[in-house]
Structures are given as structure tokens and as C-alpha cells.
Design a protein around this ligand. Sequence first.
Ligand SMILES: [Zn+2]
Length: 261
Amino acid sequence: MAINRKSSFREDSIGGLIRRCAERVIPAHLHGSLIWISGTDSDHGKRSWHYANLSYQGSRGAALDLAAPKTEQGRRAMQAAARELLKYGRFLVELIHSTRFSDDNGFYIKEGKPVPAGFYDEPGAHLTHIHIAMTEAQCHAMLRALGEKPPAPAPGGSGGLPGFSTTWPLPRGHYFGLLSGPAESHGGNTPDERAWVKEIQKQLIRAGFVPGVTDPDGGWADGVFEKATADAVTRFQKAHLPGTKFFGQVWADDFAELFRL
Ligand SMILES: [Zn+2]
């Protein structure tokens, strides 16, 4: 079952991913009561995730509005849908929905975290619909969390690096991390290690996780894993592997994900 779309509804590819995420977690019995009313279409004010031109943590996002008929059943369907979406709040850049029911406190997320109604000046415009904004990276992370296989890399994309094998090079229990870390932390002590760290740094630049740095060969990637590299790794993990236990460290799963980008 899928949720119907209003005839004026338009979306870009990220909107399509958001819809897929939402329809995976909203129970099918509610789908018939709900309707996608707006994506990139319509006026959403001066600055809005709806225009699909904003980014969060290096990944571009979009927003969709989900509504229901103005009946008790319709309002309850929106409330139930918002409840499910709230459970996945860590993957959302924005969730906004207010109700007049006494058995909820509204549904508000900003950048993966719950915020009070006042943050969005609610209850207000969002009594009539649920606003959902997500970045492309959040969509992929959520679909992975839901057990979906990652999409095949786009042809001609950055999937493979010439002359560089992306096979995990370290023994079990070892990782790429701070040079000052324990023996298991490989941060550039040997020429071999420095070559690996350098490739990780270059990929972090290419993927947009090093603010202010755009040229992978511009010198920032020096093969030495220090705090700035750990911070970039953390930004990447928050966008792509938000459930990770070891922020700032590159383990085999982080490595595979980073070089899949
Ligand atoms: Zn909206």
C-alpha cells in the first residue's frame, strides 16, 4: 500500500526517498487516510527545506507535507503517523506536527533532536499537516536501519578510486584513529598508515565533511590522524552512521560506508 499524492504534488529524488522512509514506518492501515500534499511545489516562505536547496552535515535535503481529511479519523491518522515518525527522529532534520488532542504534546524534531513546541511557534500552521524534512544521507541511514540494502552506486560516481583498493587493511580490533591513541589506533605512525589515513582524509573532503576545504589534494589531507580528522569523521558518522559507538574513529564499517559515498 502507498499513500496517495495530490495532483499538484512535486518532489525531487530526495523527496522520493523521504516518502519511501515515511511509508515504511507509517502502518499500512493508515495509508488510505493520508495524502502527500506538497514537496517542492507551492510557496513555503523565503527559506524552507521544501525548496531542496538546504544542507545539513554536508548532505542536501528536502521536505514533504503529509495531510489527512479534517475529520476525527483523519486527525487521528496524522497523530498516529507522527508518533511513528517521531521514533525515527534521529534521522530527521525537521518534524513538525501539532494536534488539539490531549494525549500528545505535539511532534517536533530539529536536526535529529526533540524540541519544544515553542521552537517552531506551534501549535500553529502544522495542525493541518505533518512536515518532514530529511537529508539524502539521513534517508539512506534510515533505510539501512530499516534493513534495506544500500542502492547500487551511480554509474560514473565516486564508488571506486583509481589505484586505491578500498579493502579494509587492518586486523580485527584495530581502527584508524588518533595518532596519540592506543596501539590499536592507527593514525599515521608508518608510511603505510599515512597512505591510508590520507585516503580517508581525501574522501572526507570529497564528501563535504571538512568545512572550508574542497580540494582533496590541497594539503589538508596529510596522512596524520589528529583532532581535525577525528572531527570530520564524527560529522560523517552523524550523517551516515548515527548509531555508531565510536565517533571520531574509522572502523571497518565506517570505512566501507565512507568509500561507498
Ligand atoms: Zn512543510
